[in-house]
Design a protein around this ligand. Structure first.
Ligand SMILES: Nc1ncnc2c1ncn2[C@@H]1O[C@H](COP(=O)(O)OP(=O)(O)OP(=O)(O)O)[C@@H](O)[C@H]1O
Length: 237
């Protein structure tokens, strides 16, 4: 797969001076972040520190008060809605805690759907979906996605997130609903994605054993992103 249509010398994701305030509380205070293709970042932090809000900003779902969020070389903060939707579907993939798949569809239908919605022709969409599911070792046909195990569903969700060859893959508590053995296998697969598919990966998680697999582990605390070292909140790496 390609590099998600990225711009040469520009990281897949560049965040600068990101500020967000809600209800009189500053959640993000001049936050900066750079993630290149092939690189992974985990974001941990106490409950309520603003991790989902940060992810919402990166996805263009929450509009920050200030700052730049450059995805594949273009600032999404200043985009109009239609353009943002196109840019998001072309360059960003997302995996949520519960997969958020359509349970009555087969895995291949769930994955192909994301490509069809992006304007890819049906034959190509299904071919790509089958090939991704094979690479991610989950069956494509003959079963409703709702009948798969939790771990298999997350593999389908990863395939769906990758089908449009995104520049960045964002995952919000991707292993939060899994038992520990399944969590390890899904986390292993997820942190292998940047190398195999040349995209950037950002994972928001409560689970430190998942976070430690990332190239860089950051903590959102006091409205800032700081390096996280096990046992030392806000400690230096
Ligand atoms: N639109 C909003 N209006 C009011 N408060 C909000 C809004 N969005 C977020 N908040 C508050 O901001 C704080 C941060 O929320 P957020 O969901 O980003 O935290 P989080 O770190 O993801 O938490 P958790 O780990 O529990 O999921 C919370 O206290 C939340 O109630």
């Amino acid at each position: 797969m390609g590099q998600g249509g990225g711009v040469p010398n520009e990281p897949a994701l560049r965040v600068e001076g990101l500020c967000y305030e809600v209800g009189g509380r500053v959640l993000l205070d001049h936050v900066g972040l750079r993630v290149s293709a092939g690189e992974s970042v985990a974001v941990v932090g106490p409950s309520g520190s603003g991790k989902s809000t940060l992810l919402g900003c990166l996805l263009g779902l929450v509009r920050p008060g200030e700052g730049v969020i450059s995805v594949a070389g273009r600032d999404i903060v200043r985009m109009r809605r239609r353009e943002l939707e196109r840019h998001r579907s072309r360059h960003m993939g997302v995996v949520f805690q519960f997969g958020e798949l359509l349970p009555e569809l087969t895995p291949v239908e769930n994955v192909a759907l994301a490509a069809l919605l992006g304007g890819v022709k049906a034959q190509l969409a299904y071919r790509r979906a089958e090939s991704l599911l094979k690479e991610l070792e989950v069956r494509a046909h003959g079963i409703s996605t709702g009948h798969l195990s939790g771990g298999e569903r997350q593999r389908v969700a990863v395939a769906r997130a990758l089908i449009n060859e995104p520049a960045i893959l964002l995952a919000d508590e991707p292993t939060g609903a899994l038992d520990s053995a399944t969590r390890d296998s899904v986390a292993h697969l997820l942190f292998d994605v940047p190398r195999r598919w040349s995209c950037a990966l950002i994972v928001v998680t409560h689970d430190k054993t998942v976070a430690q697999r990332a190239d860089h582990c950051l903590e959102l605390t006091g409205a800032s992103l700081v390096p996280y070292v096990a046992g030392i909140p806000g400690g230096r790496q």
